[in-house]
Design a protein around this ligand. Structure first.
Ligand SMILES: [Zn+2]
Ligand SMILES: [Zn+2]
Length: 297
């Protein structure tokens, strides 16, 4: 167990019924062999924003074993189902959660976000079965809790996707400012790492230097279709891509934002964005993408 907030609060969340979903069936009440679970995020960027958390204390998803990884992705699928149910339900669960968060925020920013989310909440909220999934990997990428977790943002209007979100957040990198001449970007861009499950290559449009895309090479369209061995290979590849880009950018303290389109774009499933200086992470990106402005925090 670590001394971070997830390790400290898990027992309390379990007791208070705050766990939304896990990779084990939701009603058998047995959390012994659970690998991952989810809760509503207290810094909501969107209505229905959930946090997916590894049960075992590790800093990065890549440290999980095959079975734990499979459990993590299964818990993600279960969470997505749970989020859709809450959004399509009578909306009381979520309005109550955000009202309580607004009135009793654990820190002021949480209350501010709760107020905004409530303001944008409509009982007849349209829901789509797609999500943007994001992880901040490392301090420079805005990882604030050093316990492996991801953010699940429900897509709130059709067509929302990671590429558009990144372009709006970072802007497109001008050819002159930071392209590395030793790398080829034209079209599909140079391959950075590959194995028999997936390939990481430089995005043709770079939002920051070293911006990569990850593509599944198997007939599987989504991570949830991979068996545990292939899933492990996917995350090994992600790790390798991070390690290979670091010397090119000459930065040993790179962080990475990992952003995945879930249930909407088979094939190219994710973006890996190197962050050279400490900055904000995926929650801020999702917030800005919603068009909400929260000022300074
Ligand atoms: Zn922990
Ligand atoms: Zn986070």
């Amino acid at each position: 167990m670590g001394d971070d907030i997830f390790c400290k609060l898990y027992g309390t969340w379990r007791e208070q019924g705050k766990i939304l979903a896990s990779d084990k069936s939701e009603d058998d009440g047995n959390d012994e062999d659970e690998n991952a679970y989810s809760i509503w995020c207290v810094t909501p960027a969107t209505v229905g924003h959930a946090l997916l958390i590894s049960k075992r204390h590790v800093e990065r998803i890549e440290e999980l074993k095959e079975a734990e990884l499979k459990g993590f992705i299964e818990a993600r699928v279960a969470t997505q189902r749970r989020v859709i149910r809450a959004l399509r339900g009578d909306s009381l669960e979520l309005t109550n959660f955000y009202r309580d968060l607004k009135d009793n925020p654990p820190f002021p920013f949480a209350g501010e976000l709760a107020r905004q989310v409530l303001g944008s909440f409509s009982p007849r909220q349209r829901t789509y079965a797609s999500f943007i999934y994001g992880e901040n990997i490392g301090d420079a990428a805005g990882q604030s809790v050093m316990h492996a977790h991801g953010h699940i943002f429900p897509v709130t209007r059709p067509g929302q996707n990671v590429e558009e979100m990144l372009m709006r957040y970072f802007g497109m990198l001008a050819l002159s400012e930071g392209y590395h001449p030793e790398l080829s970007y034209s079209g599909r861009g140079e391959t950075i790492a590959k194995n028999d499950v997936a390939e990481a290559y430089l995005s043709g449009m770079q939002v920051v230097p070293g911006h990569m895309k990850l593509e599944l090479k198997l007939s599987a369209k989504y991570l949830s279709e991979l068996d545990s061995g292939d899933l492990k290979k996917f995350f090994d590849l992600r790790q390798e891509a991070c390690e290979r880009i670091a010397p090119i950018l000459r930065n040993d303290n790179l962080g990475f934002n990992y952003l995945e389109d879930v249930n909407q774009r088979p094939g190219v499933i994710a973006h890996l964005v190197p962050r050279e200086r400490k900055g904000k992470g995926v929650v801020d990106m999702a917030l800005k993408y919603q068009g909400q402005s929260v000022g300074r925090y």
